[in-house]
Design a binder for this molecule. Structure first.
Ligand SMILES: C[S@@+](CC[C@H](N)C(=O)[O-])C[C@H]1O[C@@H](n2cnc3c(N)ncnc32)[C@H](O)[C@@H]1O
Length: 274
C-alpha cells in the first residue's frame, strides 16, 4: 500500500473512532481492506479510501472499523471482575442501596452486558431495586447481534450451569443455539456510542463502568478525555473496570487503583466522616 494512502486510512480511523493505527499495522490494514474491496468490487486501495471517506451513511465506517479492530469477547471474560462485582453487590445490598446503574462501554456482541446482568440477578434474587444497564458500542453490526441475544452452544461454556439453565432457552431448529431470556434482556438498553467523542449524552450518576479491552485502541489524548468523561459520570465511590492488559498509567485522573485493572472514584464524603 502506498504510504500516503496508509496515512489517510490512519487519519480516518483516528478522526472517526479515536483508533490509533501504528506503522506496524500497515500489513494488517492492507490484508483486511482487501476483503472489503473484493466485497464491493473496488479495484485499488485509493478507490476504497475515497469510497470510505465519501460515505455519509456511516455504514462503511462500521465495516472498516470491524476489519481493523477486533470485536472479540466472551461470557464472563476475565472472571475475577465478576467475582468482585458480586462482592460489591452484596455490600451495597447490606447498605440498602435501592438503585443500580451500570454501563458496559464497549459491549461488542453482548456477552459482557449479559454476563453483568446475570450476575446482578443472581446476586440480588428478589431484585427489589431499580436496575438498568446501558450497553454501547460504535459498531451497529455488533449491537444488532447483541440485541438479538442468540449464541451457539460453544460460546456458552464459561457460563455457570445454574445461570445457563435459568437465563437461556434453546432455540428451535437443527443448530444448537440458545437465546437470552427476556428476564435478562429487559434490563439492558443498547445504543450506538463513539467513545472517542465525549461528552456523552447519558446522565449519571453511574455505579459501575465496564470499559474493557477498548482503551488499547486509543492514544493517550483520547484515553485521557474518555476517562475524564467516565469519571464525571460515576458517583463518588463508583467503580471502573478496564481490561487486564490495560492500565491508566500516564493518564491524569482522579481514579484510585483498587487492584490491577479495577479503579474507583474516591468518596470525599467518607474521608470527611460524613
Ligand atoms: C475487543 S472488543 C471488547 C468487548 C468487551 N468489552 C470485552 O472486554 O470482552 C472491543 C469493542 O470496542 C468497540 N470499539 C472500538 N472503537 C470504539 C469507539 N471509538 N467507540 C465505541 N466502541 C468502540 C469495537 O466495536 C468492539 O466491539
Amino acid at each position: 500500500m502506498e504510504s500516503e494512502v496508509f496515512q489517510r486510512f490512519c487519519a480516518h480511523a483516528h478522526q472517526q473512532a479515536g483508533i490509533s493505527l501504528g506503522p506496524n499495522k500497515e500489513a494488517l490494514v492492507t490484508a483486511r481492506v482487501g476483503k472489503r474491496m473484493r466485497a464491493l468490487g473496488i479495484e485499488d486501495e485509493r478507490g476504497y479510501l475515497d469510497y470510505l471517506e465519501a460515505d455519509r451513511t456511516g455504514e462503511e465506517l462500521v465495516q472498516f472499523l470491524d476489519v481493523i479492530s477486533t470485536n472479540h469477547t466472551s461470557f464472563f471474560r476475565e472472571p475475577d471482575h465478576f467475582d468482585l462485582l458480586r462482592t460489591l453487590l452484596d455490600e451495597w445490598r447490606r447498605l440498602g442501596q435501592r438503585r443500580l446503574r451500570i454501563w458496559s462501554a464497549a459491549s461488542s456482541t453482548g456477552e459482557e452486558p449479559y454476563s453483568i446482568v446475570m450476575t446482578v440477578l443472581d446476586a440480588l434474587p428478589d431484585l427489589d431495586i431499580d436496575f438498568k444497564l446501558l450497553a454501547t458500542d460504535i459498531s451497529t453490526r455488533v449491537l444488532a447481534q447483541a440485541q438479538q441475544g442468540i449464541y451457539p452452544a460453544e460460546k456458552l461454556t464459561a457460563i455457570p450451569r445454574p445461570l445457563l439453565a435459568r437465563f437461556f432457552k434453546r432455540c428451535e431448529g437443527p443448530d444448537e443455539t440458545y437465546s437470552v431470556r427476556d428476564e435478562v434482556k429487559q434490563h439492558v438498553l443498547f445504543r450506538r456510542l463513539n467513545l472517542s467523542q465525549p461528552p456523552f449524552p447519558m446522565r449519571g450518576p453511574l455505579d459501575i463502568v465496564f470499559c474493557r479491552n477498548v482503551l488499547i485502541y486509543f492514544d493517550l489524548p483520547v484515553r485521557q478525555r474518555l476517562l475524564a468523561a467516565i469519571q464525571d459520570l460515576l458517583r463518588p465511590g463508583g467503580w471502573l473496570f478496564v481490561g487486564h492488559t490495560e492500565t491508566l498509567t500516564g493518564i491524569n485522573t482522579g481514579f484510585r487503583l483498587a487492584r490491577p485493572s479495577v479503579f474507583f472514584v474516591p468518596d470525599d464524603r467518607k474521608a470527611a466522616g460524613a
